[in-house]
Design a protein around this ligand. Structure first.
Ligand code: FE
Length: 215
């Protein structure tokens, strides 16, 4: 199966007024699409041509020779994961099993939000902020450029894109306002709970909670 741009899980204007149609149109239809197209071009005619995106990311990781492929494939995977990390009417306190694990891991939901804002606000340059499961606990992780927890022992539950292209049209330099909108109005705790259930082997719908898994 060849790689193709996965559709957004909601309409282009579904996240307004927190993220505009214009932002989603450019971010999904240009940035994300370009990463998918570049990945497809780079694997064409190689043994990875029919591989799932996750396998391409892992195969290309840590190899200078495959740096361009890693950057394109990891960005394709990270973006697909990011779209699922948001939903219309999202945000506010975590729910379900994730809420309990947040309290165990961070002390409180407020402490989690404070740590997330600090990590996302302080991250220098382009990158990603993640809520990950590792050794049975949750922690916040940041990655630079295209780096992704997919190549580590950490299991991602949610991510926020902090590349400027993710927020500049709507928020310009005000990254903290973008982070606040994500936490307050967009974050998809249902997705985080699906991911947690998958990680714990509880989910029968693993494919629904694993963007990037194809074939
Ligand atoms: Fe992006």
């Amino acid at each position: 199966m060849s790689l193709s741009l996965p559709p957004l899980p909601y309409a282009l204007d579904a996240l307004e007024p927190y993220l505009s149609r214009r932002t989603l149109s450019v971010h999904h239809g240009n940035h994300h699409a370009a990463y998918v197209a570049k990945t497809a071009a780079l694997v064409k005619g190689t043994p990875l041509e029919t591989a799932p995106l996750e396998d391409i990311v892992r195969a290309a990781a840590g190899s200078e020779q495959n740096c361009a492929l890693f950057n394109a494939a990891a960005q394709a995977w990270n973006h697909e994961f990011f779209w699922h990390s948001m939903r219309p009417g999202g945000g506010k306190d975590a729910t379900g099993a994730v809420a309990q694990l947040i309290e165990e891991s961070f002390g409180s939901q407020q402490a989690f939000r404070q740590q997330f804002v600090a990590a996302a606000g302080d991250h220098f340059g382009s990158g990603w902020v993640w809520l990950v499961l590792e050794a049975g606990r949750l922690r916040i992780m940041t990655t630079a450029n295209a780096e992704t927890p997919l190549t580590t022992a950490a299991y991602p539950l949610l991510t926020l894109d902090v590349w400027e292209h993710a927020y500049y049209l709507d928020y310009q330099h005000r990254r903290l306002d973008y982070i606040a909108a994500f936490l307050g109005n967009l974050i998809n705790w249902d997705f985080a709970n699906e991911r947690l259930a998958t990680a714990r082997g509880e989910s029968s719908a693993a494919s629904a909670a694993a963007p990037g898994r194809r074939g």
